[in-house]
Design a protein around this ligand. Structure first.
Ligand code: URA
Length: 249
């Protein structure tokens, strides 16, 4: 198949867009830059990369964004800038954010078109850790930290699941949760008489925000990072299986 046809059919952009990209030297096949749109590729075998992202008929796309404050976690908004607006110069068709960060929250946001991966990372029973740095209005007391570790009442039917809490400074904490309820960290801190002044997500499962990214920048995930994410939920329902073993099921 022709290189430009292959790229447009695998979602890299329209035929004209990919032709231009090829001409500009943005496309490599098996590691060599190819500037001829009519070059032939073996679609089952050749590794075709466009802007560092591998394209194939079966493959999905994964990007890590350092979300800045002030943009909404949505694919479309008539008035406000969205996280998708920040993914410039790449084909964004089909991409969506995995989970949601508030408009004023910064940090790691994964965007993909892999619905199964997104579903698995977000499913509460998969127990995927999400770690945040929070700056809070008053020092966290030992009692408050313990309450967060046990689970707190944020006005829903169930208490929050146990969180990991680590004090970095008096008013700076690392907090790790496995759920993703609406405004969860802010509501958890409020439940213990505190207030979140600044919130940044540092990691999601084994995926850690790249320190080399500046706010608003993004990059494709590396193969190893995608593998880490997939392993995250391959050992399905870690806690339940332990519980089941304990219960002798
Ligand atoms: N918890 C919050 O309160 N806000 C976020 O953006 C993420 C987690």
């Amino acid at each position: 198949m022709r290189l430009d046809k292959f790229l447009s059919q695998t979602g890299a952009g329209s035929r004209n867009e990919v032709k231009q990209a090829i001409r500009k030297g943005l496309v490599s096949v098996n590691g060599s830059i190819i500037k001829d749109a009519s070059a032939r590729v073996a679609e089952e075998k050749d590794a075709v990369c466009f802007k560092g992202q591998l394209f194939s008929f079966t493959k999905y796309h994964y990007y890590m964004l350092y979300k800045p404050a002030g943009v909404v976690t949505a694919t479309k908004d008539s008035r406000q800038k969205t996280v998708l607006d920040l993914l410039t110069d790449i084909p964004v068709k089909g991409l969506f954010p995995v989970g949601r960060l508030d408009k004023d929250t910064e940090g790691l946001l994964l965007l993909t078109d892999d619905g199964a991966l997104a579903h698995n990372l977000l499913a509460p029973k998969k127990h995927v850790d999400k770690t945040y740095l929070a700056e809070i209005s008053i020092p966290l007391s030992v009692e408050a930290a313990d309450a967060l570790r046990r689970g707190v009442d944020i006005g829903e039917k169930k208490l929050t699941a146990p969180a990991k809490v680590e004090l970095i400074e008096e008013k700076r904490i690392l907090i790790t949760i496995q759920e993703g309820r609406y405004h969860q960290i802010k509501r958890m801190l409020k439940a213990v008489g505190n207030e979140v002044l600044y919130l940044k997500r540092l990691s999601m499962g084994g995926l850690v925000l790249d320190e080399n990214l500046r706010k608003g920048e993004f990059r494709p995930l590396r193969e190893a990072e995608i593998e880490v994410l997939k392993k995250e939920y391959a050992h399905d329902d870690k806690r339940e299986s332990t519980e089941e073993k304990t219960a002798g099921i």
